[in-house]
Design a protein around this ligand. Structure first.
Ligand SMILES: [Zn+2]
Length: 405
């Protein structure tokens, strides 16, 4: 929808500045695409971003992104014209410029919209035509991308895009997630998978290095502070958490599933990491492995609109999800300390897998739990998942390896 508005001279000049630099970036981006024979936004952006950022230091950086997008679209349609023999020039010419905006560059509000310029944000009041209200009141949403064009006589034309709200999320399945000090277990398509995070080992290693830096020195010391900062920056845990949360949430989003997590941990730090003497350290491991991990998943899920159900965690690993009877683990651990036997059916269960099925059940999953399958007591444990594209790809890869073996 086009919205036309008259602005004051100053505002117009600020937009004019943006338009000028935007045009320059756009032209460079188009040239880059032509020279390198690509219409891909990502390639163009990778190719020009750095130099354009240097050249246009005051231009809000997102204009460089949107100009690259603009260039990619122009190159794309130019190529199509050329194929049909309808282009009259050797290269796409930039005559009229419509500045593309993304959600960083503009903010919509019913009384004012704001736009980033080289001199800060400017505010513009709009009056809306009837047709605008018709869409707006019927629940259409305003898309995050918009455009503006400068006309003569201090007039600006806005292109606002309406979009229909996406369908409400109707969950079709459950992805329970069980968090542990060294592992995160998930159920994908009803199959368990244990992903190694080594949170405990990493935290301990981190602590060891921290001690080595600070022992006998004041933490106020400049050199000590610098070293600590560097250490924090290299903190792997943050990276692992983020990546893992993304894999889980993406999987849930694509299969339209609900994520199921433990509401409160079934083990407090005291019980979870018994063998670590230092209380402070125990708490740190616990936080990294459990509460921080949980928060990152919840946050990511919110971003994707994936629902999260928190369920009561008590006895999730000690009750058989098939028979409802007790699962007995050997008191001394034995050679497989995490594997127990169901009192009634005598089938074997891995502690973390039991927890997964029970979490799903508590969230309302009624799909049958496989009985006595290999995965139930010997689930695949995956360590090199950090570069994986999806949980599904991890599963497939794992199967292939197993078949080869
Ligand atoms: Zn059983």
């Amino acid at each position: 929808m086009k919205l036309r508005v008259k602005v004051d001279y100053k505002t117009y000049q600020k937009l004019k500045e943006v338009e000028k630099e935007y045009r320059e970036v756009l032209e460079e981006a188009i040239n880059y695409g032509l020279v390198n024979k690509t219409t891909s936004f990502t390639k163009i952006k990778a190719g020009v971003y750095k130099t354009e950022r240097e050249k246009h230091k005051d231009l809000p950086s997102h204009y460089i992104y949107t100009a690259c997008e603009d260039a990619s679209e122009r190159l794309d349609s130019f190529e199509k014209l050329k194929k049909r023999g309808k282009s009259y020039t050797e290269k796409p010419s930039v005559r009229k410029v419509t500045v593309h905006l993304d959600d960083h560059l503009w903010k919509f509000n019913l009384d004012k919209i704001s736009i980033s310029t080289m001199q800060g944000r400017i505010l513009i009041s709009l009056t809306f035509p009837k047709i605008f209200w018709r869409y707006y009141n019927k629940g259409w949403l305003i898309a995050s991308e918009a455009r503006f064009k400068l006309l003569k006589g201090n007039a600006v034309e806005f292109y606002v895009i309406f979009k229909k709200d996406v369908k409400p999320y109707e969950p079709k399945g459950f992805i329970p997630v069980d968090l542990n000090e060294n592992l995160v277990s998930v159920l994908v398509d009803g199959k368990p998978m244990l992903l190694e995070t080594n949170t405990r080992r990493i935290t301990l290693g981190y602590e060891y290095r921290r001690k080595a830096i600070t022992t006998g020195k004041s933490t106020k010391d400049r050199e000590v502070r610098r070293k600590l900062r560097k250490l924090r920056e290299r903190d792997k845990k943050v990276d692992i958490r983020r990546k893992l949360a993304k894999l889980i949430v993406k999987e849930a989003f694509e299969s339209r599933s609900v994520i199921v997590l433990e509401d409160l941990p079934r083990r407090t730090p005291e019980h979870m990491i018994k063998d670590v003497k230092d209380k402070q350290l125990r708490l740190r491991i616990y936080r990294s492995a459990f509460s921080s991990m949980k928060n990152v998943i919840i946050e990511k899920a919110r971003e994707f609109g994936v629902p999260v159900i928190l369920v009561n965690p008590s006895h999730t690993s000690t009750v058989c999800p098939v028979h409802g009877t007790k699962i007995v683990y050997q008191p001394d651990g034995g050679d497989a300390p995490r594997v127990g036997v169901c009192e009634k059916g005598k089938e074997k269960w891995h502690r973390d897998v039991v927890a997964l099925y029970n979490l799903a059940k508590r969230a309302g999953d009624v799909s049958p739990v496989p009985l006595g399958s290999k995965e139930s007591h010997d689930p695949p444990t995956v360590s090199g998942w950090l570069r994986a594209k999806s949980l599904h790809s991890i599963m497939i890869e794992h199967k292939m390896i197993e078949m080869k073996v």
